[in-house]
Write a protein that binds this ligand. Sequence first.
Ligand code: GTP
Length: 427
Amino acid sequence: MKLAVRLKILSVLSLVSLLLVLGYLVASNYLFLSLKQKQKTMHQVNVLLSELTVNADLYLEIRDEELLNTQRLLSERAKKALSDLSSHSSGVRLHIDSICRIIESNEALLNQISSSFKSIPNMNGSAAVVSHLKARLSNAYISAQNDATTLSDELWVEQLGIIQLWGMTLALLIVVSIAFVIYSHINFANRFKRAVAKVLDGLANIRDGDLKTAINLEQNDELTDIARQINSMAKNLNELTVSKTELEAQIMARTIELQVETRTDTLTGVHNRRSLERVGERELNMALRYGQTLSMLMIDLDGFKPVNDTYGHSFGDIVLIQAAQTIATELRDSDFLARYGGEEFTVILPHTDFRSAYETAERIRKAFECKLFGDSEHRIQQTISVGIAEMSEREATLQELIELADKRLYQAKNKGRNRSYPTQQEN
Ligand SMILES: Nc1nc2c(ncn2[C@@H]2O[C@H](COP(=O)(O)OP(=O)(O)OP(=O)(O)O)[C@@H](O)[C@H]2O)c(=O)[nH]1
C-alpha cells in the first residue's frame, strides 16, 4: 500500500476516534439535560396535583364557579405537562396514564358534585357529605401524587439506563478504534524503519563498489519504487563499469601492439632501427657506467641484389626473414638484434670484448655457410660479411660505434666478402 494512502487511512481513523469521543460527550450532555428537564416537569406536575387538591377542597367549602374553572385549568395544565414527558418504557407510560385518569375522574366527579349542588338544594350545608367528598377527592389526588413520585423514579432509572448503554457502547468503540490506530501507527513505523534501513544498506553497498547489490522490499509503496530505481541505477553502473574495464583492456592490448609495432621490423620480426637507437644508447651507457665491455656486429648479406633480380622481390623477402632467424639462433638472450636497413643487420653484444665478438661473428657466418635459403622451389646459398667494433674511448657513442662497425663491414666486403673483419690479428 502506498505511503500516502496509508497515512490518509491513519488520519481518517484518528479523526473517527476523535469524533467518537466528541459524540460521547455531546450525547451524555444531551441525555443529562433532558433528564433534568423531565425532573423539572415532574416537579411541576406534583405542584399542580397539590394545587388541584387544595382547589377541590376550597370548591367543596364555598362552591364558587370560578374555582371550578380554575380546577379545570389546573387539570389541563397537569395533563399537558404529563404528555410533554416523552416516555420510552411501558412502566413510565402506565404511571402517566394512571395520573391522567385520576385527574380526569376527579374532574368528572367535581362536575357531578357541581350539578348535584345545583339540582339538590338540601345538599347545601350537609357537612357529612362535603367531608366525605373531600376525603374521596383528596385520596385520589394523593394516589396520583404517589404515582407521580414512582413515575419520577422510573424516569430517572430509564434515563440512567440509556446513558449507561450509550456510554458503554461509545466507550467500547473509542477504545477499539484508538487501540487500532495505535497498533497501525506502530506497525507502520516499524515497517517504514525496516524498509529505510534496507535502502540505506543497499546504498552503502553501492558506495563501497558492490554494484551487483539489489534492494528487495516486500511492501508496495513509494520506498519500493525508490529501491527499484536504485537497483536499476546500480545495474546500469555495473554494465558501464564492465564495458569500461573491457575498453581499458582493449586499449592496453592495442597500446602493447603499437609499442611492439613501433620497435619491430615488420618483415623480419626483429627490432627496427628506432629500437636499435633506443636500446643501443641504453646498453652503451650501462657499459660505460659500470666499466663493462660491449661490441657491435654489422652484418650484410653478400650479393643480395642478384638474388632479388633472379628470383624476385618476394623470394628476397623470404631470404631476409630466414637470415634474421639464422642470426638470432646464434645469439644469447642478452644480445640485441636489429635490422639496420635493406639487407643489413646490427647486433649489440653486451659484456662482450672483441675476441668474443669475433667468435660470435664467425659462428653466425659459418651458420650461413652451412645453410640453404629460399622456398620449396628455389634453394640458394647466402653468405654474409661482418664488421666488428668494440666500444672504446674513441668509440664511446652509439653513432661512433655504428660508423666503425659499418666501415669495417665495407672493409670485409672489399676483402672478398663472406668474412668477418677485422680478424683478431688485424685488430
Ligand atoms: N627483397 C628485398 N630486397 C631488399 C630489401 N631491402 C633491400 N633490398 C635489396 O637488397 C639489395 C642490396 O643490394 P646492394 O646494396 O647492391 O648490395 P648487394 O647486391 O648485396 O651486394 P653487396 O652488398 O656489395 O654484397 C637491393 O637489390 C635492394 O633492393 C627488402 O626488404 N626486400
